[in-house]
Design a protein around this ligand. Sequence first.
Ligand SMILES: Cc1cc2nc3c(=O)[nH]c(=O)nc-3n(C[C@H](O)[C@H](O)[C@H](O)COP(=O)(O)O)c2cc1C
Length: 161
Amino acid sequence: MIAYGSKRGGTAGLADMIGAELIAHGLRVDVRPAARILSVDGYKGVIVAGALYNSRWHRDARRFVNRFRSALQSIPVWLIASGPLDDSANQGTLPPVSQVAKAAAVVGARGSMTFGGRLARDAKGLVASAMAKTRAGDWRNPAQVKAFAAAVADELAQATR
Ligand SMILES: Cc1cc2nc3c(=O)[nH]c(=O)nc-3n(C[C@H](O)[C@H](O)[C@H](O)COP(=O)(O)O)c2cc1C
């Protein structure tokens, strides 16, 4: 399962991109808004994706980890943040923000990763629209998504073998 917390759709789209890659690797995948998920029973692995706002991980992603903490402790979990409106996520591996690092420790995550973000030129909201004047764009990187999904598919295949 890929559970996401997204305010303006960029992280939802990233979750879809990852889901499509995992399906290409032969996995069955559900991509869902984290706030709407009632159970993780039956899933062999979970990816939690959350947008970053003011260095905070989207509330739905944080809540999801807290709600399913004990179930998540016993299956492979990856945490994802999205992300920087520049090339920094493509330059190397960015350290996770503290909320992601904390959540990763709580569930014993297999990995965490920061992907580039997306901000539309016509983004609504006082701060976001001002920000969009200079920083609008899409920094989600399909090659990075591909590599991440391949690594996840590999680890899941090993874990369920
Ligand atoms: C007001 C505002 C604050 C943001 N703060 C951060 C931040 O602290 N760190 C970061 O990497 N990206 C930050 N971003 C960029 C967003 O994380 C990026 O646009 C992301 O793709 C948003 O995801 P969403 O479309 O799923 O809501 C910020 C964007 C806005 C509009």
